[in-house]
Design a protein around this ligand. Sequence first.
Ligand code: PRT
Length: 177
Amino acid sequence: MRACRQVVGNRKELRYSGVSTVCRSFPHPGRRFAQPECKLQRESRLGPAFAGTSGGKVLADAPETNVPAEAKNFTLEDLAQRVKERAKASAEVSYTRKLLDKGVPHCAKKFGEEAVEVVLAAVAEDRERVISEAADVLYHLVVVLEARGITVSEVQAELAGRVGQSGLQEKASRPRE
Ligand SMILES: N=c1c2ncn([C@@H]3O[C@H](COP(=O)(O)OP(=O)(O)OP(=O)(O)O)[C@@H](O)[C@H]3O)c2ncn1[C@@H]1O[C@H](COP(=O)(O)O)[C@@H](O)[C@H]1O
């Protein structure tokens, strides 16, 4: 999920996600998105209202007034809502629409690729990278759900239904093969 990204060698060095942002190549600690092309790319995805934010988090040197209301206390349901809204846009301006136009198998494949990236980051990369990849995978999961006509609320209800039983109990209750 990112508005700006640089590829250095075989590695993505700079990424935006609607939930989390990592800027590895930033030369000045404490200020992200100093590179002009990075900010421009990010604004092109999110619109000018997102200037001064980093994946919903306020940049240290950015005025609070630049933070769009929907980026505050941003939740998975908010992301799902945004995905649903952006699905109404054209594929020229929305990556979400572009994914959805390619159908469920493509959306599922992208989700799988992002999941593998989380796996690789979890075992070999730093915290920020894992967070960034996890944000990607959540976005792509939400797109898969949208493609299948499933709401995040339905998934939450499924999870809520499991609260009373530990995973070990559930596992033990399964019929043995
Ligand atoms: N959170 C995300 C988000 N996370 C990741 N991505 C995109 O997911 C892709 C990650 O896949 P890859 O790393 O494989 O990138 P890629 O090779 O360019 O992908 P493909 O060309 O193969 O599809 C990148 O293009 C990211 O930009 C996201 N795209 C969008 N969002 C959210 O969705 C909203 C709507 O986006 P649009 O539909 O583009 O307006 C945005 O405001 C964000 O909040």
